[in-house]
Design a protein around this ligand. Structure first.
Ligand SMILES: *[C@@H]1O[C@H](CO)[C@@H](O)[C@H](O)[C@H]1NC(C)=O
Ligand SMILES: *[C@@H]1O[C@H](CO)[C@@H](O)[C@H](O)[C@H]1NC(C)=O
Ligand SMILES: *[C@@H]1O[C@H](CO)[C@@H](O)[C@H](O)[C@H]1NC(C)=O
Ligand SMILES: *[C@@H]1O[C@H](CO)[C@@H](O)[C@H](O)[C@H]1NC(C)=O
Ligand SMILES: *[C@@H]1O[C@H](CO)[C@@H](O)[C@H](O)[C@H]1NC(C)=O
Ligand SMILES: *[C@@H]1O[C@H](CO)[C@@H](O)[C@H](O)[C@H]1NC(C)=O
Ligand SMILES: *[C@@H]1O[C@H](CO)[C@@H](O)[C@H](O)[C@H]1NC(C)=O
Ligand SMILES: *[C@@H]1O[C@H](CO)[C@@H](O)[C@H](O)[C@H]1NC(C)=O
Ligand SMILES: *[C@@H]1O[C@H](CO)[C@@H](O)[C@H](O)[C@H]1NC(C)=O
Ligand SMILES: *[C@@H]1O[C@H](CO)[C@@H](O)[C@H](O)[C@H]1NC(C)=O
Ligand SMILES: *[C@@H]1O[C@H](CO)[C@@H](O)[C@H](O)[C@H]1NC(C)=O
Ligand SMILES: [Cu+2]
Length: 569
């Protein structure tokens, strides 16, 4: 098995380097085509072999290449024994929620033996995004990068790098991830922590039986490389660094940023960072490494460190020193990077920040402890752990909300998801009353008028003593992050300090532990759009909600007709 894996890696690295060299010169059609065959394949990691779900047998999966504004057609065939859906994370899909992918939100799953053709409609995005499964915990192994190059005749807003390389952070359980999911949903407790993190599918030198496979990036002295870092980890925000080298972020979530040079980077599940690496140090081997940022000591997390190797000109000296990474709970270190990113906001890459706000939303994001018969569940005091937005723990319907909305089918979802948290209290208090911990359950949507200008403030709470950072991800949009803060949001004072000049535009915002984050967007993409925490256990527990953005009046502001091959339930 090890040999087959090595061969796969060899072939994909080989294909990648051919692509990289073609990429600068080749004129692509506007409509790239890919076949995604979802199937099981055996992979060996940490001394054990197990079957995992893959696309085309590859782990991480194949890279999708495109240019700004392209439409890419992907034929997804399910040859596995497991339902699947695929989401194109960060692709806005103007007017086309049909291909977005979250299960029971915009489609029913592609069942074993079935196929679905998805249209990936790119618009403003330029840089790095990724695709991943969006049902159960399948995304643990079903994911890959989407690399969006400047239009032909355009350039990066920085000197063209010699090569660009995806760096995909992942997470590995020795156990079948579906079993890990099923077990904690039934028990009511927290999921088992993972056995390792991965860089491009490999745990690295610090884990058993892993040294041989450790990912190596061979560089030429004097050249500059564009690292397309993707956090495909399930449950942890990550610190990432390369020994002896600074990193310069130039893009985040497929939107350019002002260059930000740091010794380490911070990246949350769902986010991407485009980072320049100057290979200007003594030709040698250096470790790159990543480990968790997890701010609440009572919440279990995987505290292992994954490594890969930066190798100059085939140099054979083994690396010794790990790069400096902040301590696991160092919130200041995390936000000193997250909070320092700024939009490029140049003439060529301007920002369009809504200033007249028509819709003000205030959403609490909380962990909950639900009653459990005979208090026999494994949550605190025998409760069943859950999570919520505005005190509603989201439950998936049995057919998707998009089709229910499109065909006006009653009884699938309800409107009236509250604009404002229904209860005001000291969200970040050390002692939140126990009776606040129980959330309602439901499938509620918040309806937005077309073109409304939205300001959404997320407020983290300390319910169940489980305050932690939440990377909140919105489908169908990117938003401008105008502010972050700790403690309770103060609607009179905090907006005075918003960044309205060059806020970063992202699709995933990290709401700080016991803090808040404010984002703005214009609701100009009609459809049904999922909003959820990108920590997978929180998604499974219900830290989710749905926006329905209504059609505008003109034909160009209505959702596209339903494709005939939507998977049935
Ligand atoms: C994985 O390996 C097991 C045991 O060798 C074998 O039975 C199974 O067919 C393999 N599965 C795949 C998808 O190759
Ligand atoms: C993982 O476990 C699930 C549920 O127990 C089972 O249906 C599935 O076949 C297993 N998957 C693999 C890849 O072994
Ligand atoms: C989770 O961890 C417990 C305790 O180590 C173990 O008994 C159980 O088998 C694990 N479950 C899975 C699905 O890995
Ligand atoms: C990294 O940046 C710091 C602070 O700007 C600087 O002191 C250090 O010399 C830089 N290191 C390298 C390897 O460029
Ligand atoms: C990592 O967690 C384990 C418990 O799971 C603990 O024994 C160990 O000391 C921790 N290591 C570090 C470096 O914190
Ligand atoms: C982080 O954890 C360490 C060790 O448990 C502790 O000493 C320190 O106070 C914690 N820091 C923060 C910011 O919570
Ligand atoms: C809220 O709780 C925090 C933490 O216990 C405390 O520091 C703060 O003073 C409280 N705020 C109010 C308004 O009571
Ligand atoms: C959430 O709703 C439940 C049920 O109505 C209520 O008991 C609980 O106090 C509410 N909690 C909060 C924080 O609003
Ligand atoms: C568990 O119960 C004890 C005693 O009633 C209480 O002090 C504690 O806060 C509870 N913990 C949670 C998380 O509900
Ligand atoms: C939406 O706003 C744009 C400008 O911001 C305007 O051109 C357009 O007419 C508006 N559409 C509707 C349906 O209000
Ligand atoms: C797969 O999807 C179908 C359609 O929604 C559903 O009926 C079935 O229960 C799903 N299977 C599993 C194992 O979740
Ligand atoms: Cu969360």
């Amino acid at each position: 098995m090890l040999n087959i894996n090595k061969l796969t890696i060899f072939i994909s690295v080989f294909a990648l380097s051919i692509f990289s060299s073609l990429i600068q010169s080749q004129a692509w059609g506007e409509h790239g085509h890919y076949d995604f065959e979802v199937r099981e394949a055996n992979y060996t990691r940490l001394c054990e072999t197990k079957p995992i779900l893959t696309v085309n047998g590859q782990f991480p999966g194949p890279t999708v290449y495109a240019r700004k504004g392209d439409t890419v057609i992907i034929n997804v065939h399910n040859h596995a024994k497991h339902n699947i859906t695929i989401h194109w994370h960060g692709v806005k899909q103007p007017r086309n929620p049909w291909s977005d992918g979250p299960v029971y939100i915009t489609q029913c799953p592609i069942q074993p033996g079935a196929s679905f053709t998805q249209r990936i409609i790119l618009s403003e995005e330029e840089g790095t995004l990724w695709w991943h499964a969006h049902n159960d915990w399948a995304r643990a192994t079903v994911h890959g990068s989407i690399q969006i190059y400047p239009k032909l005749g355009s350039n990066y807003p920085f000197p063209t790098p010699y090569k660009d390389v995806p760096i995909i952070l992942g997470q590995w359980w020795k156990q079948n991830v579906t079993k890990v999911l099923e077990e904690f949903i039934v028990s009511g407790g927290a999921p088992n922590i993972s056995d390792s993190f991965l860089i491009n599918g490999q745990p690295g030198d610090l884990y058993p039986c892993s040294k041989q496979g450790t990912y190596k990036l061979n560089v030429e002295y004097g050249k500059t490389y564009l690292l397309r870092i993707i956090n495909a980890v399930m449950n942890e925000i990550m610190f990432f660094a390369i020994a002896g080298h600074n990193l310069t972020a130039v893009g985040a979530d497929a939107s350019y940023t002002k260059p930000l040079t740091r010794e380490y980077m911070v990246i949350a599940p769902g986010q991407t960072l485009d980072v320049l690496l100057h290979a200007d140090q003594k030709p040698d081997q250096y470790y790159m490494a990543a480990r968790a940022y997890s701010s609440n000591p009572v919440i279990p997390f995987d505290n292992t460190t994954t490594t890969a190797i930066l190798q100059y000109n085939d140099n054979q000296n083994q690396p010794v020193n790990l790069p400096y990474l902040p301590y696991y709970n160092d919130t200041n270190a995390a936000f000193s990077v997250l909070g320092a990113l700024r939009s490029l906001a140049s003439e060529e890459h301007p920002i369009y920040l809504p200033n007249q706000i028509s819709t003000k939303l205030f959403f609490t994001v909380s962990i909950n402890a639900q009653p459990c018969p005979n208090t026999r569940c494994q949550g605190p005091n025998g409760t069943h752990l859950a999570a919520s937005v505005n005190n509603i723990s989201f439950t998936n319907p049995s057919i998707d909300i998009l089709e229910a909305y499109y065909y006006r089918i009653n009884g699938v979802y309800r409107t009236g998801f509250p604009d404002i948290s229904p209860l005001m209290f000291n969200y970040t208090s050390d002692y939140v009353p126990l009776n606040f911990n129980v959330a309602k359950r439901g499938t509620k949507v918040n309806v937005l008028r077309y073109n409304s200008t939205v300001e959404l403030v997320f407020q983290g709470t300390n319910q169940v003593g489980s305050a932690i950072d939440h990377p909140m991800h919105l489908h169908g949009y990117s938003f401008y992050i105008v502010g972050y803060g700790f403690g309770n949001f103060d609607k009179n004072r905090d907006p005075l300090y918003y960044n309205l000049v060059d806020p970063p535009m992202r699709n995933t915002v990290v709401v700080p532990r016991n803090g808040w984050a404010a984002v703005r967007f214009k609701a100009k993409n009609p459809g049904v759009w999922f909003l959820h925490c990108h920590l997978e256990r929180h998604l499974s527990w219900g830290m989710n909600m749905v926006f329905i953005v209504k059609n505008g009046n003109s034909p160009e502001s209505r959702i596209l007709p339903r494709p005939p091959d939507m998977p049935p339930c």
